[in-house]
Design a protein around this ligand. Structure first.
Ligand code: C2E
Ligand code: MG
Ligand code: MG
Ligand code: MG
Length: 276
């Protein structure tokens, strides 16, 4: 029986499994050990106040330095981690590590805000708001400088749960931002119910604002919506001065993008943007 199974397995791998699937299994196994092996790191992308040219905060973005594959982008391994639930320990590692880094910067006199991305499963983890608060207390970071980013589609799935969880986070002083806004299917009446403090306009709309009238109109509309709901508005993926000008004109106060800075290591961020 064992021999037969082995032979079947062998055949299966050889003929039926494409290289993509094999690669995925390889990645999945390697990811299981990535935390212990110190292969995960966080890059920080500054958030700029557009009118003052001042850094107001950073977004933590995970990176995986695989010994053979090099830098694996989060879009490749976050979905895998989400499927096999490794995202729970990985997400907690990101939150803890980024909060500890921010605590260090605060202690050195730099009052920046910190944004951390939460995946669907992380956000739906039982007692998530208590867990976040526990970590903050343990580290000694004030809750009001932490913003949790969830995507629009995560927020709009089971809105009752979302409202309950966001209320619990807000009660503890933690802010919530809706990431990649415009790509999901927000019901405006739901949006009004959500205790959020920020909308991040998705990069795909920002990209062509100066050349595509439709994108320009969509971004303007999102900004009006955000202003009406009294939300802090952030534009993602700003790459040109023309985009800055357009956004500034329409009242977008905060921006992120390669024009200002790519995501960089804590050391690089410190030497470029903070004076110790
Ligand atoms: P996101 O949260 O929307 O992050 C913005 C992404 O856009 C980042 O990609 C960033 O490097 C990239 N970006 C920023 N400015 C520009 C620009 O001007 N031009 C272009 N072309 N790209 C720009 P990254 O770091 O590869 O992350 C991709 C996504 O992976 C993130 O999208 C987020 O959804 C997810 N992610 C990253 N880190 C984490 C994490 O710690 N936990 C979870 N759950 N998800 C994460
Ligand atoms: Mg984000
Ligand atoms: Mg985003
Ligand atoms: Mg985006």
């Amino acid at each position: 029986q064992a021999a037969l199974e082995h032979r079947n397995t062998y055949r299966f791998y050889n003929h039926d499994m494409n290289t993509k699937a094999l690669e995925r299994i390889g990645l999945e196994n390697a990811l299981r050990h990535a935390i212990d092996k110190n292969e995960l790191i966080i890059h920080y992308q500054p958030k700029f106040q557009s009118c003052m040219n001042k850094v107001t905060g950073v977004e933590a973005l995970i990176r995986w330095q695989h010994p053979e594959r090099g830098m694996v982008p989060p879009m490749e391994f976050i979905p895998i981690a989400e499927e096999n639930q490794l995202i729970i320990p990985i997400g907690e590692w990101v939150l803890r590590t980024a909060c500890m880094q921010m605590k260090e910067w605060h202690d050195a006199g730099h009052r920046l805000s910190l944004s951390v991305n939460f995946s669907a499963l992380q956000f739906r983890q039982l007692g998530v708001s208590d867990r976040v608060y526990e970590i903050l207390s343990e580290i000694g970071l004030e809750p009001n400088c932490l913003t949790i980013e969830i995507t629009e589609s995560v927020a709009m799935k089971d809105v009752n749960y979302t409202v309950k969880t966001l209320n619990a986070l807000q009660e503890k002083g933690v802010k919530v931002s809706i990431d990649d806004f415009g790509t999901g299917y927000s019901s405006l009446s739901y949006l009004k119910r959500l205790p959020i403090s920020e909308l991040k306009i998705d990069r795909s709309f920002v990209r062509d604002i100066t050349t595509d009238q439709d994108d320009a109109a969509i971004v303007e509309m999102i900004l009006v919506l955000g202003q009406t709901l009294k939300l802090n508005m952030v534009a993602e993926g700003v790459e040109t001065p023309e985009q800055v000008e357009f956004l500034r004109d329409k009242g977008c106060l905060e921006m992120q993008g390669y024009l200002f800075s790519k995501p960089i290591t804590a050391e690089e961020f410190q030497s470029k943007f903070l004076q110790f």
